[in-house]
Design a protein around this ligand. Structure first.
Ligand code: NAD
Length: 369
């Protein structure tokens, strides 16, 4: 019989008194159950804020972990739930349940539910403990780690929020088996991003492996590596204040992606799909601006396409609108566009030296009008 224990990993996020552990693998399920048991024994009330899509796909998950259905609050699936209305509804719900300062929230779902529930935890009674149970690949490798929580305003994405670190993260890759294929692929874009920005060995490993299905055990190790990389970056720059590098590097391809999402209308592309186009564009930019080896373009594009991710716009978008969306990016300083480029594959850096004519050419290469 196969030894499953080799699939279990953990990663520590070192943030002084806010440090926590990420448990990854089949055993994370037992560790989670034991933790819930111990909270109960201490008289601490646990409330789960869970994504509705997860609840229907994994109906027995919480009862199997000793959580009764009355302690689970469902959040409608989709980005629209990262709203002031859902935030207010959840806060009222917690207050009506008379949850005290020693109560604990579990955020179970993708990045939408994690960001929303995390912000509720940061705000309720000026902050209560919370744990993340990420259930999409994107949330496992990215959004559940690092303490960025928040919601959207009609004026823009993630405009309100708080840095509020979880007390722990439980990653059960088996939950990916029910994730829709398109959502799974979108998460792979963020995995590829880590390789490109700071880990050439991860990139090469993904290149050497065939397409891995969501139920492939090799994801445990890959997810753990991504968490390790994010934990290192977050530990060095918790609040994204580093003058160069730091958390901003995690935005490789993302300024292009956010522009695509905004101009095409949220929902046309999944975030990870827009990131995939952004990664291909960032590579093109680095070849033209930083003398990156031109052969890297085919390597990046073919890895993205192996996971059925787009590298070009599916329909033309207006170049001026895309550039104007990029100019509103939160990373920009003193009115100058700041982008993430690569000196070499696996080595990203922040630059404000990309000219507008070059950006225009890049967009047109990607199929913009
Ligand atoms: N906080 C951060 O650092 C950070 C980083 C990256 C992204 N984000 C945020 O993450 C969000 C996107 O997250 P996402 O891509 O996880 O999308 P998501 O949360 O919308 O989840 C995607 C879909 O998968 C479904 N789902 C989730 N788990 C499932 C499972 N195991 N089985 C079946 N269905 C399941 C959900 O119902 C949903 O329809 C965005 O709002 C983005 O801003 C935050």
């Amino acid at each position: 019989m196969k030894n499953l224990s080799s699939l279990n990993k953990h990663v520590d996020v070192a943030l002084a008194e806010r440090s926590y552990r990420i448990e990854i693998g089949p055993e994370a399920s037992q560790i989670l159950a034991a933790m819930l048991q111990s909270l109960k024994a201490k008289g601490r009330r646990v409330t789960v804020i869970a994504d509705a899509g997860l609840l229907s796909a994994q109906a027995d998950f919480f009862s199997q972990h000793g959580v009764d259905s009355g302690s689970v609050i469902s959040v409608p699936q989709g980005e629209a739930s990262k709203s002031i209305e859902q935030f207010a509804r959840l806060l009222s719900e917690l207050a009506q349940r008379a949850l005290g300062r020693d109560s604990v929230l579990l955020a179970a779902g993708g990045g939408v539910c994690g960001d929303l529930a995390g912000f509720v935890a940061a705000s309720y009674l000026r902050g209560i403990d919370f744990y993340q149970i990420p259930t999409t690949l994107l949330a496992m490798v990215d959004s559940s780690v690092g303490g960025k929580t928040g919601i959207n305003l009609p004026e823009g994405k993630n405009l309100v929020g708080a840095f509020w670190q979880p007390k722990g993260v439980f990653i059960l890759p088996a939950l990916l088996e029910t994730l829709p294929a398109r959502e799974f692929a979108a998460g792979v874009a963020e995995v590829i991003k880590y390789g490109m920005l700071c880990d050439i060995a991860l990139f090469e490993k993904l290149e050497q492996l065939p397409h891995l299905a969501a139920d492939d055990e090799r994801w445990c190790e890959i997810i753990a590596r991504c968490c390790e990389l994010k934990a290192t970056i977050v530990s060095a720059d918790e609040r994204e204040t580093a003058g160069s590098g730091g958390r901003a590097l995690l935005n490789l391809g993302h300024t292009f992606a956010h522009a695509i999402e905004q101009v095409s209308g949220y929902g046309t592309y999944l975030h990870g799909e827009a990131v995939a186009i952004g990664l291909s564009l960032a590579t093109r930019m680095a070849i033209k601006n930083d003398n990156l080896d031109p052969a890297i373009q085919a390597r990046v594009d073919s890895l993205l396409q192996r996971y059925h991710l787009p590298i070009q716009l599916s329909a033309p978008l207006d170049t001026d609108s895309l550039i104007s969306a990029m100019c509103k990016d939160k990373k920009n300083l003193a009115g100058k566009l700041r982008l993430i480029s690569m000196q070499s594959l696996g080595q990203a850096y922040v630059t404000d030296q990309i000219s507008e004519p070059l950006i225009r050419i890049l967009w047109q290469d990607a199929g913009a009008a």
